[in-house]
Design a protein around this ligand. Sequence first.
Ligand code: ADP
Ligand code: MG
Ligand code: ZN
Length: 479
Amino acid sequence: MSRQYETVIGLEVHVELATKTKIFCGCSTAFGGAPNTHTCPVCTGMPGSLPVLNRQVVEYALAVGLATNCGINQYCKFDRKNYFYPDNPQNYQISQLYLPICHDGWVEIEGTFGKKKVGIHEIHMEEDAGKLIHDEWDDCSLVDYNRSGVPLIEIVSEPDMRSADEVIAYLEKLRLIIQYLGASDCKLQEGSMRADVNLSVREVGAPEFGTRTEMKNLNSFKAIARAIEGERKRQIELLEEGKRVVQETRRWDDNKESSYAMRSKEDAHDYRYFPDPDLTPVVISDEWLDEVRKRQPELRTEKLLRYEQEFQIPRYDAEILTGSKPMADLFEATTAICKRPKEVSNWLMVEGMRLLKEQEMDPEEIKFSPENLAKLIQLVDNGTINRTVAKNVFEEIFTSDIDPEVYVEEKGLKVVNDEGALRKTVEDIVAANPQSVEDYHNGKQKAMGFLVGQTMRAMGGKADPVMVNRILADILDKI
Ligand code: ADP
Ligand code: MG
Ligand code: ZN
């Protein structure tokens, strides 16, 4: 390949908001449920039904807009986007085209070439569509409207990203912000966060962007990275052969690691957008906006600083702890109970991270309670159990959320610091290992460690190691 190409990427990210009810009716947004049970005349598009806007949707959209440095349109409107497809019972989707609620923001990411800002063109509110299930067995399609009318925000970025790494950094940044705000759980696998990738390539130094394609059906960060690589290659090959890239929507097939054209790209006018006559414009007063602003929770950057300053947690650890909202919540809740931030951080960072990796889990999936971790820390602090035992108890907490006090009692794991019992065991070990005793007297410190280890083993790991060391030194010196 003689020419050098640059990849240009802009994202359209849909996020399902964490409201209890849908955007224009009182139906539940709960995931699952028998098909078409969370529905009513409004979200199934019955003639004569009228939408009523859910206030919480506006507040979540504002919260995300403020956290991403957007300007706010305090007078905004809903528009109808007309299209005919059975997932959409009204034959139009209520969205925002002319006056979206937020515009012209940015987030900062750590990209391929250092820190950079990714522009946010706009954020608008809209409703989700129903779900089609294609039943190949019976050769028919079924439709479930439970998701129809679930509130979404669409976050449209500027074409500011230049690599898959930057795209992932941007998505992770957005996800953290939104999770911290409590506006959504942002799970790509479950579809509560969905990213469409717009991608074009151009020769390095070219003044204009190339023609872009839009890729859909990307439900993991890995799939996104593979899709970007695949599409970049495909476009470069076309250009190298002297062909043109066609502006179209493509569907990524992660199993085949290739994409295929779904439809030629529609322009806004194809959707015959017009203002929805059933909904009044949304007027956001200064007071309302101020209220939302005051309620903004501590975001990640502030939390990072606070962990370093208030709790003296090293930067690297603080980054991991704040890298997931549930992890940060667990850290803070446990610390609030036992007042030992460094201990809590150590347990989560060392044993917690080890088990997460071993069990291929996300921090979001941690399900033990802060009370139990706090109790474990207290059991170690007051010498009821030693650290070796504590590690095993932690594993039990991690997998089954056991109460460590009860567990330690039931399994008889309390530290043995009965001088007589320990002395007896140490004497047995010393008698059984004459070579080590000789080595010790010849100045080999390792021999001491070996004898301590043997004693601990004989005691089922429950002996007080300080006491074992003292008794052993005492006995050896007398030999
Ligand atoms: P539409 O509304 O028709 O989908 P937009 O102009 O609003 O198109 O852009 C949609 C997304 O595509 C935005 O995220 C934008 O950043 C991105 N985009 C626009 N032009 C390009 C391009 N030439 N290359 C890559 N991405 C682009
Ligand atoms: Mg678009
Ligand atoms: Zn409904």
